[in-house]
Design a protein around this ligand. Sequence first.
Ligand code: 5GP
Length: 114
Amino acid sequence: MEKTLFEKICEGEIPADIVYQDDLCVCFKDISPQAPVHLLLVPRQVITRIALAQEDQACLLGHLMLKAGEIARLVGIADSGFRLVINNGPDAGEVVPHLHIHILGGRHLGWPPG
Ligand code: 5GP
């Protein structure tokens, strides 16, 4: 099966500005930032989207959430505030079919989202 765009980034085949990586996940800057800080946190293992995640991936999903908070502290937006976003499917604007958590911050983020 063809690799996803984010698999290629995780494996270094496509360059990205990586801010954190470990054996389970990679976090890099979004190519089209929607806020002063806009990062994408992706699991190395492909989960197509959150609605397709499986029970045996619970530890990986927990790891991603813990790392999202750690990365927010690392890049200095934990105290000012930040938002985690997962787009699932067409109505949410999902473009890349490889689960990714958007980490957004560095400005006031409106609510409700558009
Ligand atoms: P989605 O809409 O699927 O939730 O988010 C996909 C995100 O991937 C978008 O915010 C888009 O800007 C970002 N993106 C798409 N292609 C690339 C790329 O080649 N490199 C990086 N760093 N981000 C990308």
